[in-house]
Design a protein around this ligand. Sequence first.
Ligand code: AMP
Ligand code: ZN
Length: 466
Amino acid sequence: MKLHLYNTETRQKEVVEPADKKTVRLYTCGPTIYDFAHIGNFRTYVVEDLLRRSLQFFGMRIEQAMNLTDIDDKTIRGALAKKIPLNDYTEPYRVAFFEDIEMLGIQKVEHYPAATAYIPQMIEMIETLLKKGFAYRSPNGSIYFSIRHFPKYGRLSHLKLDELKVNASGDNEADEYEKEQLSDFVLWKAHDPERDGNLFWESPFGPGRPGWHIECSAMAMDLLGHTIDIHCGGVDNMFPHHENEIAQSECCSGHVFVRHWLHVEHLLVDHKKMSKSLGNFYTLRDLMKRGYTGLEVRYMLLSTHYRTQLNFTIAGLDGARAALHRIGDLIDRLKGIEGPSQGFSHLDLADQKFRTALADDLNISVALAALFDLIRELNTAADEKRLGKEDAQKALALFQQWDEVLAVLPLSRTEQIPPHLQSLLEQRTQARREKNWRLSDQIRDEILAAGYLIEDSPTGARIKRK
Ligand code: AMP
Ligand code: ZN
C-alpha cells in the first residue's frame, strides 16, 4: 500500500516517494523561540509528527529538519527589552519547546538548526542571487529579492502576478504581510540601531541581519540538498513565507526546491485563528496546570483531519480524555483475558481499514473509526465470552503497531507528570529539608490545586493524579 498526500501546489493527492528512492527529505518550519509555543503551533507540529510516523509506518526512511527561528523582529525585540544577549533570551524557550514536544509524544527529528548558526550560508545565497540579477540593493542599504524576475512567483498560493499590484520599491522590511501588500521581499536587513540596538552580523553587504524567509531556505538546502521531498507548515506559512522560499531557493540553485507541499489548517478559538497577537491562545503548560495531560492534548489535536480547521474548546479536550479512557479500559480488559480462543476474526479487516485510511492523505477520522469499531467488537466478544487469551494478545499487538503512528494509546498506564509540577515537588522536598514548613505547605497546595496528590514515602515523594 502506498501513502498518498494532498499536494498544495498541484491541488491533488499524490503518491509520496523519495526522489532518491531511499530517504524522504522532510523540512518543517519550526517555532520562533521568543516565547512559549501555543497549542495552535502544536497542532501543526503534532500533524507533522503524524506524517513522519506514517512515512515510517509505510516503510520509508526519513531525514527531517525543523528550524528554530532565533533571529527575527520578536526575538531581537525581546532580547533588547531585557538587555541580555540574544542567545540568553531564546534559550529558555528552546528548552521549553523540547519539554513540550516530549509531553506531546512528538518524535525528535534529525536536525534542529538555529538561524544564528547558518548566517554564512544565508550570506552565500544572497551573494548568488545578487550575482544572478535576482536581487538588488535598495537605497536604505537592505537587499531585496525582485519577484518580477521570477515569473513562477505565486505558483504555490496560485497568485496571478500580472493581476496584482506589486510594490517593487524595496521598502517593505516586514517578514509577514498579506497578499494585498504583495512586494519584493527583504533578504538582508541593513543594520538599524533604533530597531536592532547592537544586534547585527557582518556581511559583504554591510552589517545587518537576514530576513526570515532566507533563513529557512539556507538551512533546508544546507542540510537536505537543493531539492526537498516534502515541505510542511501551517497554512499561514504558504504566503508569503513558502512562496518566497521557493523563489529565492530556485533562483539560487536552478533546481526545483520542493516536490510536495503540505499545509496544516489552523487551530481556532471561537472561530478565529489561535495566535499570540489576538491573545486567544493556550500553551500546553496552561492546559497541564488545569490537569490535562500531554497525551490528551495530542489526541485532541490529532483526531481532526489536518486539512480541516479545528475549533478548540475545553469540552473538546474532555472528549479526548473520554476517548482515551475508553481505549484504556479495553486495553486493561484485554490484558486480563484468559482461556482458549474461539476464533475472533476481525483483526485483519480492522488493520486493513486503518492502513487504507492513513494511506489516503492521513485520513485520521476513518483510521480512528476503525479503532473504535474494533473496540466495540472486542468488548462484545469479551462480554459473550468469545475472546480467548491468544485473541486478546493479538489485539494488543495490533494496537501496539498502530501506536507507532498514533503515539497516544494508553498501552501501559504510566502517568505523565507535567515538568513544572515535578520541579515544584523538588522545591517542596528542599523546603522540607530546610524545615521551611510554610513554603512546603504552600507548594503542596499548589500541586493539589493542579489536580494532583503527593505521596510521601521513605524513598521520597511522588506525584499522582487525584
Ligand atoms: P510561528 O512561530 O508563528 O512561525 O509558527 C510556527 C508554526 O505554527 C508555523 O508552521 C505556523 O503556520 C503554525 N501555526 C501558527 N498558528 C497556528 C494555529 N492557530 N493553528 C495551526 N498552526 C499554527
Ligand atoms: Zn520556514
